[in-house]
Design a protein around this ligand. Structure first.
Ligand code: 13P
Length: 374
């Protein structure tokens, strides 16, 4: 009898354990489905037709380079003043900027009147986001190549950023083309890091912008850019799958297919648009809600014309928009040049670029509008 009682108890315990496990699992999937609906909503808003993302997440080193070019000292106050007037720009922020990528310093900064900069963005109906990578560092035994760092401690940083108001994040991987590069090691390591980052973001209810940037530096051909971008994107989506990232809750930020800046044979906007669409169709599942291009060193108007050309081709399952840094900010930076009196002119320059790129997301930009409005 004692034996039977113990046996019964054991069976009961095993059954209870199994059913608890099943409950946990179904709660897990149930919760993921609900979380995904919310992530998908944010990703959709970030890439909504007519709007795009302002990449204002220059690290301290990069913003210093930009300020040096216009003769402005890179102090915390100057950086604040500059970004404050961008985020206060009407009508650009309300009509054309779906989201703003911030840098760690900026997400904590307050405007001159004490309003947190995050609140200025929200007040314009735009979504605040944050760059969370720690930059590209030399990759061991791969001369000339880098690995983007920042995974250690990332979960805790994401929790803090979410409390500061971020709804999405960005991580940039850098793939350089040159003699004998990229290596398989560089592509695999960077794709793996992007996937670990993206999974952590979704776990913390933040939309990851997945940015594998194939650089346009150098003299390589457009065919080389196409082949390397294809290799990179295929590897990235494989790693995203292994990391259980849900594609409906992310945004892809790729480069366009362009020849190297020093390549003797340059390409028309039409060719760039066609090749870019072809590569994306081949590599990006239709579950991804939106694709927001980086500008990567293209001239302002080039970046607009090429986005427009892609949206005129159309017939793709994702919204194609912009997540430009330089192509949105170069003109306002030059107009501003650190002088208070120039702020209205700088804001007009920013509104103009935002408006032109907004039209390009609809395939409604023309050179005539570009000139007339300028
Ligand atoms: P650019 O548009 O200047 O390339 O910057 C976009 C960006 O966020 C790069 O990470």
């Amino acid at each position: 009898a004692v034996f039977m009682a113990i046996h019964g108890l054991q069976t009961g315990l095993i059954l209870a354990y199994k059913s608890a496990l099943k409950g946990l699992k179904s709660n897990f999937w149930e919760k993921r489905r609900m979380d995904l609906a919310e992530l998908n909503k944010v990703a959709g808003a970030m890439t909504a037709p007519g709007k795009g993302i302002l990449a204002a997440d220059e690290s301290s080193g990069t913003i210093k380079k930009r300020f040096d070019a216009i003769g402005v000292e890179s102090t915390e106050e100057n950086r604040r003043d500059y970004r404050e007037f961008l985020f206060r720009t009407e009508p650009a922020m309300k009509d054309r900027i779906s989201g703003v990528i911030l840098y760690d310093e900026t997400i904590r900064q307050k405007a001159a009147d004490g309003t947190p900069l995050v609140k200025l963005i929200e007040a314009a109906g735009s979504i605040p986001g944050i760059k969370v990578d720690a930059g590209a560092k030399p990759l061991a035994f791969c001369p000339g190549e880098t690995i983007t760092e920042g995974l250690d401690g990332l979960r805790d940083r994401l929790i803090e950023y979410r409390e500061l108001g971020a709804k999405f994040c960005k991580w940039r991987a850098v793939i350089d083309i040159g003699d004998g590069i990229p290596s398989q090691d560089a592509i695999n390591s960077n794709a793996h890091a992007l996937a670990r980052y993206a999974a952590l973001c979704q776990e913390q209810q933040l939309v990851p912008i997945v940015e594998p940037e194939v650089l346009m530096d150098g003299d390589h051909t457009i065919e080389r850019c196409e082949a390397v971008t294809m290799w990179t994107l295929k590897t990235v989506f494989m790693e995203l799958y292994y990391a259980k990232v849900q594609l409906e809750g992310m945004v892809l930020k790729p480069n366009m297919i362009v020849p190297g800046m020093k390549c003797a044979t340059q390409a028309s906007d039409e060719e760039i648009a066609q090749r870019t669409i072809r590569v994306l169709k081949d590599c990006v599942p239709s579950a991804v809600p939106g694709i927001a291009f980086l500008s990567g060193g293209q001239e302002d108007v080039e970046a607009t014309a090429r986005l427009d050309a892609m949206n005129r081709i159309g017939g793709v399952p994702w919204h194609l928009t912009f997540s430009y840094g330089r192509a949105l900010q170069h003109a306002p930076q030059v107009a501003w040049s650190g002088k208070k009196d120039n702020v209205p002119a700088a804001q007009a320059a920013f509104s103009h670029r935002a408006e032109m790129n907004g039209l390009a997301t609809l395939g409604e930009w023309t050179e005539a509008i570009e000139k007339k409005a300028a």
